[in-house]
Write a protein that binds this ligand. Sequence first.
Ligand SMILES: [Cu+2]
Length: 127
Amino acid sequence: MAQGRGSASGIGVIVGITLLALLLHFEIVHAATYTVGDSGGWAFNVVNWPNGKQFRAGDTLIFKYNPSAHNVVVVDENGYSNCKTPDGAQVHKSGNDQIKLSKGQNYFICNFPGHCESAMKIAVNAV
Ligand SMILES: [Cu+2]
């Protein structure tokens, strides 16, 4: 009797763990990772790279570049359009930065002099 109840709750635990694993797997499948610029990386003229792609909030962008030559700055729409770095902007400079997208527009520029003006910037809309 006691043994029967024990194995029944054992099955319940296994079913629970399986469901949890499926849910976690589902989450992983639905959060994508993109290398910005594909094989060219984060570089001049990367501006059109997001065109035609569908991004979701929680997706991760990986920015690969030589950190002595470039950086990645999180900016707002004005910063993106005018290549201006807002006060207190988040600056990434590892050369291999992983940044999660927020819902809505996400703007990134390289703020080394002249780089943003050379189309080293992207605007990514995440749904
Ligand atoms: Cu740069």
